[in-house]
Every structure is written in C-alpha cells, then in structure tokens.
Design a protein around this ligand. Structure first.
Ligand code: SAM
Ligand code: SF4
Length: 329
C-alpha cells in the first residue's frame, strides 16, 4: 500500500489527463494561458490505464478521480474510463470538470462506468462568469449539469471558489440554487496555486466568512467530526437536511493529518501532495522495460517521503513550481 512515515495511507488517486483548459479562471491561470506540456511528454491512454491498474491492483487505491486542466478535452477520456472500470478490483471513478462539453459526453461517460462528477461553477450570473473565467460559456456549464443529471451521475457536486469583490456576495444564492437542483455545493478556499502567483492570504475569502454568509439565510448543523474523515470538505446539514453544503478550508483549516491522496500528473510524475515542491518521475520507468512491481516500488517510495503538512501556515511557504492546472486539482 501507499503509506507514508506518518502512517497515512493513500487510497485516493487523482489523475491529471491534460494541463490544457478551455477556460481561464482568474484564480488558476493567466488570460494568455500557459506553456502547455508537449504531446510526447504526456502519458498515452495506455500508459494512464497501466498506472491506474498498478495503483488499484498493487497499491490499494480504491478511488480514482480524473482531472486536469480540463479532462473533457482529452480525446481518449471515455475509453480511459471504460478500461479503468473493467479493472479488478473495480475502483470508484469520478471526474472533476468545468462542465464545458459535458452536455455531449455525460451519457457516454456514464455508460463507460463513470460513477460521479464534480462540476466547477462559481457564479449564477453569466456576466460574472465571463469576468471570472474570461469566457462567455455560463450556459454550457448549466447544460452540462443538466446532462449529468439526465445521464444518472449521482451525486453531482458543484465546486465553487469565491473571489472577493467578484462573486463573494453569491454564497446564499448559490446554495439555494444547489438545494433546488439537488446538487451538493462545496465552497473551496482559494489556494496559492495560481500560475500568476496572485494569491494573497488577506485577500482570500475564508471558510468562516462563507459560513457566516450562509447562516444569514440558512440553518447549518455540522455533520460531525467523524463524517469528515479523510474527506477534505467539512459538511453541514442545511435546514435540518437532507440538503448539505461543504466547505473545503484547505488554507484556514487544513486536513493534512487525514490526507489519503496520491497524484499523477499528465506527464507521469507522482506527487504526494498538492503543495509538494518535489515530484517523482515514473514516466521514465514506464517507458523503459520496468515491470509493474518495479513501478509500484517507485510509487511507494514517492509516497513514503510525504511531508506532515502543506506548509501553508508557515510564513516561509513557497508555492510549488507547477500551478494547480498542471498538477491536477
Ligand atoms: N478544469 C476542471 C475544473 O475546473 O473543475 C478541473 C481542474 S481544476 C484545477 C479543479 C478544481 O480546482 C476546480 O474546482 C477549481 O475551481 C479549483 N481551483 C483551481 N485553482 C484554484 C485555486 N487557486 N484555489 C482553489 N481552488 C482552485
Ligand atoms: Fe480551467 Fe479548471 Fe483552471 Fe478554470 S479552474 S482555468 S476550468 S483548469
């Protein structure tokens, strides 16, 4: 299994399928985009499926989430999902997406074996969406959410980042909308993982602020310490339930002690933490004649060195070299 020196066991694998994206969220990347990975550096579909197979059959991984960049722009996505769903033991398969194109692919993804989807949506106002993402595609995200529901993906979670002065007044409105549509809304604190290094601790909207705003309109009861477990979101029952809302307070209430994540970047590097400054190259082994057992050993070694925490609370914190979109959020 993937254990580290603090006794944490990673059973949840995040696979980045591409570093490219069709939006330009201000908290993620600059308007002009980034220097994308070169095609030969990206793992092929076969290589990705092999890595997932090693993770599931040799290393105890149980949950696999495909992300990016924008995973829906990876041409082989449906085939990758289908092949991962055929693995024994079968991992739970989920996707984090901005929703663009989900209208066309939700049905095929469900049929291929995708279990769940998280769709990122920060605002209900098309003009605010345009400001935040620099693209006029709000209606596509809503259509993608509708298609996910029609395809039977369940639960559907919605990820929201609040940015001060842009959409930070929308928290209660977003929650009411999510409750009306039976989506589980999760607010994510803005993290210092943007390519432009524009994050400022005193500029971010904190979990406490979000909860205060929500409580102005809803009764929130904590679901209890035990429910959070290794899940990053603290969850609250809204108005007695069954609706819920989550807050992922990575900055102000980090959950590193319970972290069960391991990450694979689109170019075949294993990362033991979103905030790690080191990565372990597994692509070289994958493209040599290394067997599965050898790759599994390299993966174990990469996880063994995981640090106790993200270091965000340290004034000397240094952002990782790669932004969130290249690591896989
Ligand atoms: N493109 C897909 C999407 O937006 O859902 C998947 C990749 S994106 C990096 C994954 C999640 O990370 C999204 O919910 C996004 O809002 C979030 N995210 C991106 N940059 C962030 C940041 N600096 N702080 C907090 N969350 C961030
Ligand atoms: Fe793209 Fe997701 Fe980053 Fe927005 S948050 S720019 S949708 S990768």
């Amino acid at each position: 299994m993937l254990i580290d020196t603090y006794g944490r066991v990673a059973t949840d694998l995040r696979v980045s399928l591409t570093d490219r994206c069709n939006l330009r969220c201000t908290y993620c990347m600059p308007e002009e985009g980034l220097q994308w990975l070169a095609k030969p550096d990206l793992l092929t579909d076969d290589e990705i499926v092999r890595m997932v197979r090693i993770a599931v059959t040799e290393l105890g991984v149980k949950d696999v989430r495909f992300t990016g960049g924008e995973p829906l722009i990876r041409p082989g996505l449906v085939g990758i999902v289908e092949r991962c769903a055929a693995l024994e033991p079968r991992p739970k398969l989920s996707l984090t997406t901005n929703g663009l194109g989900l209208q066309r692919t939700a049905q095929a993804l469900r049929a291929a074996g995708l279990d769940r989807v998280n769709v990122s949506l920060d605002t209900l106002r098309p003009e605010v969406f345009r400001t935040l993402t620099r693209r006029d595609r709000h209606h596509d995200v809503i259509a993608g959410l509708d298609a996910a529901r029609a395809a039977g993906l369940d639960p559907i979670k919605v990820n929201t980042v609040l940015m001060r002065g842009t959409n930070d007044d929308e928290a209660p409105e977003l929650l009411q909308w999510a409750l009306d549509h039976s989506y589980e809304l999760r607010f994510i604190e803005q993290m210092p993982l943007d390519a432009q290094h524009g994050w400022q601790r005193d500029g971010m909207v904190t979990a406490d602020e979000i909860l205060t705003a929500l409580r102005s309109r809803f009764d929130l009861a904590p679901e209890g310490e035990t429910v959070r477990g290794s899940a990053p979101a603290e969850r609250w029952l809204v108005n007695g339930g069954p609706g819920r809302v989550g807050v992922i307070a990575s900055v102000t209430r980090p959950f590193c002690r319970a972290c069960d994540r391991t990450r694979l970047t689109a170019d075949g590097q294993v990362r033991n933490c979103l905030f790690a400054r080191e990565e372990s190259d597994l692509r070289t082994a994958l493209r040599s004649d290394a067997g599965d057992a050898e790759i599994a050993e390299l993966w174990k070694a990469a996880m063994w060195g995981k640090k106790a925490g993200s270091g965000l609370d340290d004034p000397a914190f240094l952002q990782p070299e790669r932004p969130m979109s290249a690591i896989g959020g």
